[in-house]
Design a protein around this ligand. Structure first.
Ligand code: HAM
Length: 419
């Protein structure tokens, strides 16, 4: 029986891989310009890290984690997200004694046992940033601006809507949750089973329930933004005004409460209209460092779904041009391979993509192969060329053919001239 890949995973290769590399290169460049440091944390962590941070009552922890006992009987979980791991690393490595704020970024795979559909996988990647050590709305601006710059660079700005909300601090939420429960008290019996549990354990999560039977009950739901304390309200106003001032478009979406428990105050999502999916989400988590055993450290970050960004780039035909092989060498006599190989490496040092037959194929077979790989030039070194110590460069676009000396400089001059 053939072994196939596990459900919800995928292989990434050839043209798709080029798109991934293109997105990753842009991410690296943008993060560098924002003075951020890359962090890599383990793919698996102690299970309690996620139950304590993401929250026991969330779908992620309750239904979607890949959890197992290792041979030492420890409960281990494949990370379903990376904020918790970064915060653990922040505490464990004493980052709080380093200059503040700490601006970190990562790209990595995550694991969630979810129902498969377009853009939803069981192994997926996120590009994320976490900024720890600032409680100012200016940090919110810096974080959102990283995603904004990426979407701009990828040509996706008009394809993605930034939706923001504030879910306040614990003080605002206590007041709000009382009001919310009171409003829902005579409606909850007609709502879905999940909402009935949420009503008891985490009432705010009722807000983003998509079930039809719950929609009617939620029509005039009180909204958290009407219950913000003075500080939270002031910060949210400053954030909105500054987003306008720095030219970042946004919409207010009072239904965004996020599916992870650690958030407070600013929360946001990046929604793709074409995919009808969130390509990213994030927000403040000012108490998480303390919850996990560190000192009080306000923080904010986001995670963007790499798989979804790549899907969107493909659907919108915004993929980078394919990189062509610049020169394919076809060689009559394999005795001269070392000489030609040195020439090839000199050309590679000049930045060209150069390839040569490594299957000891016949000259004809090499020519046939060269025709298939869509290269810019073929460099032929046959009997005549060998005698003259020259090589023939054929431009595959124009079919022009010239003989030049077997040096990187001479070949480079021809390619530069576009002959
Ligand atoms: P999240 O909203 O759970 O947030 O995930 C962020 C993004 O990851 C989503 O918007 C989506 O694009 C992508 N994503 C999630 N699940 C899947 C899936 N099954 N398949 C493909 N893509 C998926 C977090 O994970 C937070 N840690 C973000 C954060 C960082 N908040 C603060 N800092």
């Amino acid at each position: 029986m053939n072994i196939s890949r596990a459900k919800g995973t995928k292989d990434i290769f050839f043209d798709d891989m080029k798109i991934w590399e293109y997105v990753e290169e842009n991410i690296k460049e943008i993060c560098l310009k924002h003075n951020m440091n890359q962090i890599r944390t383990p793919i698996f962590e102690d299970t309690s890290l996620f139950s304590r941070s993401v929250g026991d009552e969330t779908d992620i922890v309750n239904k979607e984690m890949y959890t197992f006992l290792d041979k030492g009987n420890r409960s281990i979980t494949l990370r379903p997200e990376l904020t918790a791991g970064v915060v653990r690393a922040y505490i464990e490595n004493g980052f709080s004694s380093m200059p503040t704020p700490m601006k970190l970024w990562y790209i990595g795979t995550m694991y969630r046992y979810e129902k498969m559909q377009k853009g939803r996988y069981r192994e997926f990647s996120q590009f994320g940033i976490e900024v720890l050590g600032s409680d100012s709305y200016l940090a919110d601006i810096e974080v959102i601006s990283v995603a904004y710059e990426l979407f701009k660079k990828l040509g996706l700005l008009d394809k993605i809507a930034l939706k923001i909300n504030s879910i306040g601090c614990s003080e605002c939420r206590t007041k709000y949750i009382n009001e919310l429960k009171e409003y829902l008290a005579d409606k909850i019996d007609n709502m879905c089973d999940d909402c009935k549990t949420r009503y008891i354990k985490n009432p705010m999560r009722i807000i983003d329930c998509k079930q039809d039977k719950c929609k009617t009950a939620k029509q005039n739901l009180p909204m958290i933004t009407d219950y913000l304390c003075d500080d939270c309200s002031k910060d949210f106003e400053s954030l909105k005004q500054t987003l306008v001032d720095v030219g970042i478009e946004y919409e207010i979406d009072k239904t965004i409460v996020r599916g992870l428990d650690y958030y407070n105050k600013t929360v946001f999502e990046f929604i793709s209209k074409d995919l009808d999916l969130a390509v990213g989400g994030g927000g403040r988590y000012d108490t998480l460092v303390e919850v996990l055993g560190g000192t009080h450290t306000p923080a904010i970050g986001f995670g963007l779904g790499m798989d979804r960004i790549i899907l969107l780039l493909k659907e919108c035909n915004l993929v980078p041009d394919k990189k062509q092989v610049d020169i394919y060498f076809t060689v009559m006599n394999s005795n001269i391979f070392p000489k030609v190989y040195n020439l090839i490496n000199n050309l590679r040092d000049l930045g060209y993509i150069v390839d040569i037959d490594i299957c000891s194929r016949s000259f004809n077979a090499q020519m046939k192969y060269a025709g298939k790989i869509n290269c810019r030039y073929i460099c032929v070194i046959g009997e005549d060329e060998l005698k003259e110590n020259l090589c023939s460069l054929k431009n595959m676009n124009t079919s022009n053919q010239v003989k030049v000396g077997m040096t990187a400089e001479e070949i480079h001059n021809i390619l530069e001239g576009g002959n």
